[in-house]
Design a protein around this ligand. Structure first.
Ligand code: FHN
Length: 434
């Protein structure tokens, strides 16, 4: 019987909190209608009408190695793929259903190929698995909060056996925890209303997962969703507690702490546009520079960022997303040390940007230049061993200018006469302390 152990927990979480930056991939049949992964629910599409996409799905360009390389080039350290989303379509060869990728005309086990490709790039591998299932006949339909047939009384629940559904769901979790080697991350999604905790038979499920995959990192959505922290935050973890809090489409204002004020591990999951699954007309992509600053914000608050891509029905990551990943990767190539293994600096956020920290290394992220030398708040002159531009490792002198003589207790960095910073998105000053 799994029981929380602080030592084991901290050991399990080490790679994850060092990684800081991951790729989320939402992909499946919904890429064909191309109106997001909730299309069956939002448009209340009957199963029969949705099956056309199952018959049609044949992603000729599916090449998970290209996805893994794109993630690696962007500086991402782990990749999480939807093994099954709410529509119930399995991207893996499940023995418990015919509604699976190996039964489509392309006949491939997408998960098996994905895991092999991600591992080949030396990245950590994760699978997303939905707790709810709009395909399974024993999952509540009429009156459910979000089921595609929630408003249709013809889909009453009199003959639905939820326990059958749970056995099906548990069996599939056992499959993905057994048939694909070591998983680094398992991303359950999501609990709502009274559908949470033991309603999922969560203790039994988590026992099984932690027996089959003792080192796997697991999110908190057997208990909550993007709202709610989960039992780890209460200081009284349930047997099915998540290992991290999973805020969604937002970054917590001050990071996340438990009831005793201790920092909790958390990961903000974020879309590049406004959809997780491919959406052909959603061109509202966040600029790469904005996403770099948001990644820095997450790390400066002690969190990770899981940035999503939604490949199209051919299996290609959209060009807009690839361009964003390329720009992020260029920045990460020069500044990755200010992200990996970093966390809160314990210093108040400066006006001009943010600060991340890794032991005796402080990283001052300049999102804009200052008028005159840059105040490096929170440290004393005598503590400073050296200051460098992280991107070039070029030396930066401590300023001796008269303009800041009224502030003798603050260290100022002299960036010279050019008001334009070397990196217009985020210029990082690496301050090494003695
Ligand atoms: O309903 C899902 C949604 O489609 C997407 O997978 C997100 C990702 O965190 N999770 C749920 C909404 O919270």
């Amino acid at each position: 019987m799994y029981k929380f152990d602080r030592g084991n927990y901290e050991k399990r979480m080490e790679w994850y909190t060092n990684a800081r930056f991951g790729m989320f991939i939402h992909w499946g049949l919904y890429a064909i209608p191309a109106r997001g992964e909730w299309v069956r629910s939002t448009e209340e599409i009957p199963k029969e009408d949705y099956m056309q996409y199952f018959e049609e799905f044949d992603p000729a360009d599916y090449n998970p190695s290209a996805w893994a390389k794109a993630a690696k080039e962007a500086g991402m350290q782990y990749v999480v793929l939807t093994a099954k989303h709410h529509d119930g379509f399995c991207l893996f060869n499940s023995q418990y259903t015919d509604f699976k990728s190996t039964n489509t005309r392309c006949g491939r086990d997408f998960v098996a190929e994905f895991i092999e490709a991600v591992r080949a790039e030396g990245l950590k591998v994760g699978l997303y698995f939905t707790l709810l299932d709009w395909y399974h006949p024993d999952y509540p339909h009429y009156g459910d909060k979000i089921h595609p047939m929630r408003n249709n009384p013809e889909y009453g629940n009199e003959n639905r056996n939820f326990d059958n559904y749970l056995t099906y769901m548990h069996n599939q979790v056992r499959e993905i925890c057994t048939n694909y080697g070591k998983l680094d991350l398992l991303w359950f999604d999501f609990s709502y209303d009274d559908m949470r905790g033991e309603t999922w038979r969560a203790t039994e499920l988590m026992d099984m997962v932690r027996t089959l995959q003792p080192d796997v990192v697991i999110d908190n959505r057997l208990e909550v969703s993007g709202e709610g922290y989960g039992s780890l935050a209460t200081g009284n973890p349930t047997p099915y507690h998540g290992d991290f809090v999973s805020p969604e489409q937002m970054i917590p204002p001050d990071g996340i702490c438990d009831v005793n004020g201790n920092d909790l591990i958390w990961e903000a999951c974020v879309t590049m546009n406004n959809n997780w699954g491919y959406h052909a007309t959603d061109h509202f992509f966040k600029p790469a520079g904005m996403l770099i600053k948001k990644l820095v914000e997450c790390v400066s608050k002690g969190g990770n960022m899981l940035l999503n891509v939604g490949p199209d029905a051919r299996g290609n990551i959209p060009d807009e997303s690839m361009n964003i990943l390329r720009v992020i990767g260029e920045w990460m190539k020069k500044n990755r040390e200010s992200i990996y293994g970093c966390g809160k600096a314990g210093i108040e956020k400066p006006d001009y940007g943010r600060i991340t920290r890794n032991g005796k290394k402080l990283y001052f992220h300049l999102f804009e230049n200052t008028i005159g030398p840059v105040p490096l708040t929170g440290i004393k002159k005598e503590e400073v061993k050296k200051i460098r531009y992280l991107g070039s490792k070029a030396e930066i002198p401590i300023s001796t200018s008269w303009v800041h003589s009224d502030y003798p207790d603050i260290v100022f960095a002299d960036l010279g006469p050019d008001p334009i910073l070397p990196d217009e998105i985020d210029t990082v000053l690496e301050v090494t302390l003695k």
